[in-house]
Design a protein around this ligand. Structure first.
Ligand SMILES: NC(=O)CC[C@H](N)C(=O)O
Length: 332
């Protein structure tokens, strides 16, 4: 360690970046197997960029990610970044739900210091593993003062994305992470970062969400829309005591007629329903083909269904008023 280098803390959660498999050319492996030290051994160059310390927060494939890990991560990041000797955070994460954890942190961590998520599409034992470069680039990004105040970042495949905008778009390709509505904020090459865009929606220190005393999140589930959709799915969630429902509607967040009828009853019973879209990009617009005023529904703006779910969970910690929640969807 060197006194003058920035101090970056790595919080490891698992994923392919820590995955190991029998074959170096296949997609079969176990995620989250390797500890943090092994990941770091693959990138000795990182020690020239930062003084690095690490903590294992979880060891899971991110399909097993859950609220308790999100809350643990957010609380730990808030503790660490409050310390003057910590300059940035890197989170190693499985890619399946990396966009969700990133957006949860974007809304709940209270720091302007860089917080960067990284992952990998190829396991650590595969040919052309992308994890070591992503980890190195993540450390570069977290160590750079240029990354401060930009919200939570996701660094994959030489690009830096806002956690609000980014999502996984391909099952297996290394270029899977994209921001369909916005593109990347910047790039990372040759041990340095360059930014071209700024996130304008409120994040981190600017949000109203305080999870310091929160141990569980409100129950919010997602329904996927399709032709001839079965309205019984809505009833199942109501029976299961959902406090909120996000519908990945068709097109501009539209709903099958019998589902729409059910939703009208659901919103009048006090459950908040957000219309998102299954299309993968674009805004869901208010009172367009679907009459939100009559239905009592909220639109997700350009948040995809899984991100709309996270904002709705956090919003429900503050209010059940759909009008106030709609404002939040236009703010964050
Ligand atoms: N590329 C990956 O990280 C996928 C592995 C695993 N499903 C996960 O999300 O952790």
């Amino acid at each position: 360690t060197t006194g003058k280098l920035p101090h970056v803390v790595i919080l490891a959660t698992g994923g392919t970046i820590a995955g190991a498999g029998e074959s170096s050319v296949g997609t079969a492996y176990t995620a989250g197997k390797l500890p943090i030290e092994v990941l770091l051994n693959a990138v000795p160059e990182a020690k020239k960029i930062a003084n690095i310390s690490g903590e294992q927060i979880a060891s899971v494939g991110s399909q097993a990610m859950h609220d308790s890990v999100w809350l643990k991560l957010a609380k730990r990041i808030n503790e660490l970044t409050a310390r003057p000797d910590v300059d940035g955070i890197v989170i190693t994460h499985g890619t399946d739900t990396e966009d969700e954890t990133g957006f949860f942190l974007q809304l709940t961590v209270k720091t302007s210091k860089p917080v960067v998520l990284v992952g990998a599409m190829r396991s650590a034992t595969a040919i052309s593993a992308d994890g070591p470069m992503n980890l190195y680039n993540g450390i570069v990004t977290a160590a750079s003062p240029k990354s401060a105040g930009r919200g939570v970042l996701v660094c994959m495949n030489d690009r830096i994305y806002s956690a609000r905008e980014v999502t996984k778009t391909n099952t297996t390709n290394v270029a899977t992470f994209q921001s369909p509505n916005a593109g990347p904020l910047g790039v990372v090459y040759d041990g340095d970062v360059a930014y071209y865009h700024k996130i304008l929606r409120k994040h981190t220190v600017e949000t109203e969400f305080d999870i310091s005393g929160v141990n569980t999140l409100p129950k919010v589930d997602i329904l996927y829309g399709y032709s001839n959709m079965n309205p019984i799915l809505v009833d199942a969630l109501v029976k299961d005591k959902a406090q909120g429902i996000v519908i990945a509607g068709v097109g501009n967040g539209n709903l099958y007629p019998t589902v729409e009828q059910r939703i009208k009853k659901v919103t009048s019973s006090g459950i908040v329903v957000v219309r998102a879209s299954r299309t993968g990009s674009g805004r869901v617009t208010l009172n367009a083909e679907t009459d939100d005023k009559a239905l009592g529904t909220v639109v997700s703006d350009d948040l995809n269904p899984q991100k709309a779910r996270i904002l709705l969970q956090l919003a429900l910690l503050k209010t059940k008023d759909p009008k106030k929640i709609q404002e939040m969807f236009f703010e964050y």
